[in-house]
Design a protein around this ligand. Structure first.
Ligand SMILES: [Zn+2]
Ligand SMILES: [Zn+2]
Ligand SMILES: [Zn+2]
Length: 276
């Protein structure tokens, strides 16, 4: 049973100005109560694969792949099941006879064959970006005599960039910015809010010679120069832009660049359909 703090409820109605804060306090009290499932308390909710209600892993014994769509079988077992069903096999018989499959490992989640803490840059050589660049340079200098295995044995592992800084992501960061390849692409797609950038040719200018790579933030430029640099944000129509927090109506391009290029101007007051 859940016990609600009555004093908090009363204060909520008598002081309307405090309603938001009081509601938050009530919510916090409820969340910290004994009847609230502790699984939902952390900021990042980790649901076990075989959770009795929110199970997300394939129901075939030992299968590590997630169920596809609203189904309880992974994509591969779903295909196998539809074939077997056409031959008159029942689902229970199929599930008990099927063999579990290992989970997919994305290319970017594979470690460099030299550095355990760096992800590979591409699947052919299985090398991180630094070792791939070193291999290309070595090939250029030695020519056809370059032997991959020989070169491999002469290399040492490099320190990684840590785990991706996105709270829910467990992938290795692929560059000094601290994002994995997928979140780096997502950050770019969202218009790089905050304007965090690595210097041009950062690998050649810094990492190759063992220098720390500086990270440039647009927000820092804003305080130094007194005016914000133009920033481009894009949001899907009918959503909130993750770059500037503005809501974009359904019939809009979702491109905030024109408004941000003119600092201090509110798009809503200048005839646009956007509000801050
Ligand atoms: Zn499966
Ligand atoms: Zn490496
Ligand atoms: Zn990530």
């Amino acid at each position: 049973m859940t016990i609600v703090n009555v004093e908090l409820l009363q204060s909520c109605s008598s002081r309307p100005g405090r309603e938001g804060r009081d509601r938050l306090e009530i919510l916090t009290t409820l969340i910290n109560g004994p009847s609230f499932d502790a699984m939902f308390r952390p900021d990042v909710i980790d649901i076990p694969p075989e959770h009795p209600i929110y199970r997300w892993v394939c129901i075939v014994d030992g299968c590590q792949r997630p169920g596809s769509g609203s189904g309880d079988l992974c994509g591969e077992h779903e295909i196998q099941w539809s074939r077997e069903r056409a031959r008159g096999v029942g689902k229970a018989a199929f599930v008990s006879a099927a063999t579990g499959l290992p989970r997919y490992v994305r290319v970017e989640d594979t470690a460099c064959r030299i550095c355990p803490d760096r992800p590979i840059a591409q699947s052919e050589l299985l090398l991180c970006r630094s070792h791939q660049m070193r291999w290309f340079r070595y090939q250029q200098s030695v020519g056809e005599a370059a032997q991959f295995d020989e070169w491999l044995n002469s290399q040492s592992p490099l320190p990684g960039y840590g785990t991706c800084v996105v709270a829910v992501c467990l992938s290795r960061a692929h560059a000094p910015l601290g994002l994995c390849a997928r979140h780096d692409a997502r950050y770019d797609r969202d218009g790089r809010p905050g304007g965090a950038m690595l210097p041009v040719r950062w690998w050649n200018r810094y990492e190759r010679i063992g220098e720390p790579v500086p990270i440039d933030y647009a927000d820092e430029h804003r305080s130094a120069a007194g005016a914000p640099p133009p920033r481009r944000h894009r949001a899907a129509a009918g959503s909130i832009c993750s770059g500037c927090g503005r809501w974009w109506p359904r019939r809009s391009s979702g491109d905030c660049s024109s408004t941000l290029a003119a600092p201090g101007r509110n798009a809503g007051s200048s005839g646009g359909s956007v509000r801050w």
